[in-house]
Design a protein around this ligand. Structure first.
Ligand code: TXE
Length: 497
């Protein structure tokens, strides 16, 4: 076991402990006895210090030209690249995802940095003719102010980068509140951001719980914007608080993503997609495949093959290169998945494989759950409607393409979706008719790229999109500017009629 790290808050360019002097431990989910880091248990006094620093820094940061801000973001990308292996190993130990996926998580942060570094030289507005003579009209992107970034544990580097990097390029100052389970990863990311030359107060890190630090941030009158990723329940609470105080709030929440496999699909391809979508990251992705909607003509064949492949998946610590499926992130997630297996049994579902906590050598001290396939699931059942967030996939049989589309849309969520078919007409109908922010044709429900918008409809989001140029709309306000060079009063809609 490695010696535990000692994490600090990062406020106004200083690494400091919580004012309370209290701390908590971040544990290895593959071995709950191993402490990865001791972390400050912060409270509202620490939030206040961070908000004061961010408010003050905002006055100068907003005036730094965006291309200069984006050079710093570029250096963050270089820092992430240089420490990719170190970050991925730490992530694998602290959060449990397997090394290759942890490297992918860091790579997403790197891609994000280099992408937004470029955006700093664009941040395009519009110029457009005025309806009046000798008058000029244009739009400019303005920063919003102090932004709180509240992030979950499932993408410890990628999600904070998705938020922080466009927010910095747009000229905001930030307070980062990571999930407690990934405090060490958040600290290392902050170290990289600080070393890239972000001025004191522009980027602040406050560790601690959602109830204390998260709520203090969302209700603080001098926080102008909250960007949140997490559960739909917490997201709704955050949105209610922000709504009352007129804060901008962007929410990226749960999913109940489905993959449709039609009778004309390339079955081997669909199988690989299903396996990766359902069990990658131990099913703990907001875009994970938790429903497989299978045409009755291929269901038996597909299910038999899926079962065979699922049974061969090797469970273990994410740091072991032979592992296919790592642990769940913490005890609460393990309890949640176990609870849904009880629900499945009450609903009369057949458990084809898995269904229980995994036992065996190397597994007993961790939060491991066997990859699970539920059969005979009907769309209105709770296991088909509620986000489980674990290695559990439900099989739903359909008799037609229309039925498959109706079932995929029979959800309060609408994040990702996938359709496997060789029929181009069906592919285009799916793109048009599926109620989701993302649709993959002949690819699994996971696999977002940083230059395209990411987010969902219904209870998944609140209309915003992360990544791509869409993220700039979260972190900036439009200002419309008119310049009248006629030297006289010109009344729009009146003097030119
Ligand atoms: O999420 P929370 P949890 C879903 C998934 C999972 C469930 C619970 O279904 O099983 O949520 O996970 C902070 N005010 N997703 O409990 O509570 C919290 O500290 C302000 C899907 O981890 O939503 C953390 O930093 N902040 C999701 C962040 O919010 C608060 C990824 C998310 O925590 C707060 C994670 C409050 N009152 C979980 N309470 C996805 N979309 O990928 C908590 N937080």
């Amino acid at each position: 076991m490695n010696k535990p790290l000692t994490c600090h808050n990062y406020i106004n360019g200083q690494w400091i402990s919580a004012k309370s002097g209290k701390s908590f431990e971040s544990l290895n989910p593959a071995n709950g006895r191993e402490c990865i880091a001791t972390v400050p248990l912060s409270g509202s006094a620490d939030v206040q210090a961070a908000v004061t620093a961010a408010r003050q820094a905002y006055q100068s940061w907003r005036l730094v030209p965006a291309p200069v801000r984006s050079e710093i973001v570029h250096r963050i990308g270089e820092g992430l690249l240089a420490r990719k292996k170190e970050l991925a190993t730490l992530m694998s130990r602290e959060m449990g995802k397997i090394l290759t996926e942890a490297q992918g998580d860091v790579q997403e942060g790197i891609d994000c940095a280099f992408y937004y570094a470029g955006e700093g030289r664009r941040l395009f507005g519009q110029t457009t003719p005025s309806e009046l003579g000798n008058k000029f009209a244009m739009t400019l992107r303005m920063p919003i102010g102090v932004a709180a970034l509240i992030t979950p544990w499932n993408f410890p580097i990628a999600i904070p980068c998705w938020k922080a990097l466009p927010a910095l390029v747009c000229g905001n100052t930030l307070i980062f509140k990571p999930a407690k389970d990934v405090s060490a990863c958040a600290t290392l990311l902050t170290e990289i951001i600080a070393e890239a030359g972000v001025p004191p107060g522009v980027f602040n890190l406050v560790h601690g719980s959602g109830e204390e630090v998260g709520q203090s941030l969302t209700s603080h009158p001098e926080v102008d914007l909250v960007s949140f990723t997490g559960s739909s329940q917490t997201g709704a609470e955050v949105a209610a608080i922000c709504g009352r105080s007129h804060k901008r709030v962007s929410l990226e929440m749960g999913g109940k993503n489905a993959q449709i496999v039609m009778e004309d699909a390339d079955l081997e391809l669909a199988l690989e997609g299903a396996l990766w979508g359902a069990f990658g990251t131990t099913g703990q992705r907001c875009t994970a495949t938790s429903r497989l909607i299978l045409h009755r003509d291929i269901k038996a064949d597909f299910t038999a093959k899926l079962l065979d492949k699922t049974r061969k998946l090797r469970l273990g610590a994410g740091t072991d290169p032979h592992t296919d499926v790592g642990p769940l992130v913490n005890e609460a997630q393990l309890k949640r998945v176990k609870y849904y297996l009880e629900v499945a049994q009450d609903e009369g579902v057949t458990i084809l494989t898995g269904g229980k906590q995994a036992q065996g050598e190397g597994l007993d001290q961790g939060y491991f759950f066997e990859p699970t396939i539920l059969d005979g699931v009907e769309s209105q059942m709770r296991v088909a409607q509620e986000e489980i967030f674990g290695p559990v996939v439900s099989l739903i049989e359909v008799g037609s393409f229309e039925e498959a589309i109706a079932i995929i849309n029979d959800s309060r969520y609408g994040l990702s979706s996938a359709v496997y078919t060789q029929n181009v007409n069906r592919a285009f109908q799916a793109m048009r008719d599926i109620e989701a922010g993302i649709t993959y044709i002949n690819g699994p429900t996971i696999g977002a790229e940083v230059h395209l918008p990411f987010g969902g409809v219904k209870a998944t989001g609140n209309g915003h999109r992360e990544a791509g140029t869409a993220a700039l709309d979260i972190f900036s306000e439009w200002k419309t500017v008119y310049v009248d060079f006629s030297g006289q009063l010109q009344r729009a809609q009146i003097d030119n009629r």
